[in-house]
Design a protein around this ligand. Structure first.
Ligand SMILES: [Zn+2]
Ligand SMILES: [Zn+2]
Length: 437
């Protein structure tokens, strides 16, 4: 007894000497205990029971139930299957934390003992295998852990918390659906919005906070090239849309190389091109499908306007009359702006994470590819909401190089370190922003 009391006194002294580490280790220990008791079984449930975009019925129900039990005021069916949980705690900033809920139509081949075997009817009426092949199950599990830790710390922050379970991220439509259903009108509009994505190409549990762009913009564009049909042996009698389309494909690649500042990033990919029916017939139509990516709103517009200019300019140069000009159609649904972090808020969060979790919990790695995210809609400049989106690694460091990519049937992450670190980082980030400067 005496021995343990002395030990206890000694450990108190150690804690007192290392004051800043105390709160950190307390939070970490609390999350570890929560993981063991609540979050591990919850993750197991979510992983085994993934649901497709717009079909997150059981997922949203379970998420709502878990968070409601913690004392939040929870509203379901916002923008389809979306969940909004609010906790008001006096005057102060409003901080929103978003987790996306949907799985993908992929047949899981991860080899995990808790792999999904479920199928579900998709919005097109077809029954498909479903898998959490992007790791959104770690996001919603962590949201519950974050909700619990922040509710338990109500005496340490002031303001309003809004936690959301977002549907249909994989269709780039869930964020817009929630906003259209009054997310920022029926519920407190946030000053800050936070989210994280688990990353298979980052070491497990390591956090990365970009100070600028976190995700690219993505726009689907269709080009319909019109021509005048003729015999293949008499091209002078028609207008050949295959030749015009070919020139357009080549000229499009001059937009990134000649119009965009050399240190800016941009991608224009023609993913599909279809036209004609037979060797000796000049057709009258070619259809092209493009994806356009950028990391900056201005560059995005330069690329999209450049596509209009090139398509029309090439047609003019090849003698196409005004009434047969190519149609360039920007998709209204397959479109998302770049997710750009608010530099000042991201710097504050980063500093708080270094202080709270230790400098070695953070990594800075070169950006990977030009993937897109619809979180961008919550933080577009017009809305005046400052966004901070960070990544949380999910692959043992030795396997990072060869980790299967997101959306692959082989995709898997180490859930435990990712959920624990994601939760700890989110709690620290939210408390820092709620508590102001
Ligand atoms: Zn995804
Ligand atoms: Zn994702």
């Amino acid at each position: 007894m005496l021995k343990s009391t002395r030990l206890f006194a000694a450990s108190l002294l150690t804690i007192a000497l290392a004051a800043p580490a105390y709160a950190q280790s307390e939070l970490r220990a609390e999350i570890a205990a929560d993981y063991k008791t609540n979050l591990a079984p919850l993750f197991d449930y979510f992983h085994r029971n993934p649901e497709l975009s717009h079909r997150e019925f059981k997922t949203s129900e379970r998420l709502a139930k878990e968070i409601r039990a913690l004392g939040y005021e929870v509203t379901e069916k916002v923008g389809g299957t979306g969940v909004v949980a609010v906790m008001k705690n006096g005057a102060g900033p409003t901080v929103m934390i978003r987790a996306d809920m949907d799985g993908l139509p992929v047949k899981e081949d991860s080899g995990l003992s808790y792999a999904s075997t479920v199928t579900q009817e998709d919005i097109d009426g077809k029954v498909k295998p479903v898998m959490h092949a992007c790791g959104h199950d770690t996001h919603i599990t962590s949201l519950v852990g974050t909700a619990r830790a922040l509710a338990a710390r109500k005496d340490q922050w002031k303001g309003t918390l809004v936690l959301i379970g977002q549907p249909a991220e994989e269709r780039i439509s869930g964020a817009r659906d929630m906003l259209a259903d009054g997310l920022y009108k029926r519920f407190p509009k946030p000053d800050y919005a936070l989210a994280f994505h688990v990353a298979a190409d980052r070491p497990s549990g390591k956090i990365e906070v970009p100070l600028g762009a976190a995700y690219a913009s993505s726009d689907s564009v269709d080009i319909i090239v019109h021509g005048v049909g003729a015999h293949g042996a008499a091209p002078n009698k028609g207008i050949d849309p295959v030749l015009i389309a070919s020139q357009i494909v080549v000229s499009l690649q001059s937009i990134v190389s000649r119009s965009i500042e050399p240190l800016q990033a941009g991608v224009i990919t023609v993913g599909s091109i279809h036209g004609g029916t037979k060797h000796n017939i000049i057709g009258d139509r070619v259809e092209m499908q493009l994806t356009v990516r950028s990391l900056d709103p201005k560059v995005r517009l330069q690329l999209l306007d450049g596509i209009d200019r090139v398509a029309k300019g090439v047609a003019v140069s090849m003698g196409v009359p005004e009434k047969l000009m190519p149609e360039v159609i920007r998709s209204k649904t397959e479109t998302t702006p770049p997710t750009v972090n608010d530099a000042a808020a991201a710097a504050i969060v980063k500093e708080a994470l270094i202080k709270g979790m230790g400098a070695d919990a953070l990594v800075e790695l070169p950006p990977e590819g030009m993937g897109a995210e619809d979180f961008a809609y919550f933080v577009t400049p017009e809305l005046g909401v400052k966004g901070v989106y960070f990544a949380v690694g999910g692959t043992p460091v030795k396997d990072v190089e060869k980790a299967p990519s997101h959306h692959s049937p082989l995709f898997k992450v180490e859930a435990e370190p990712a959920i624990k670190a994601g939760t700890e980082a989110m709690v620290i980030a939210a408390m820092r922003l709620l508590n102001g400067q």
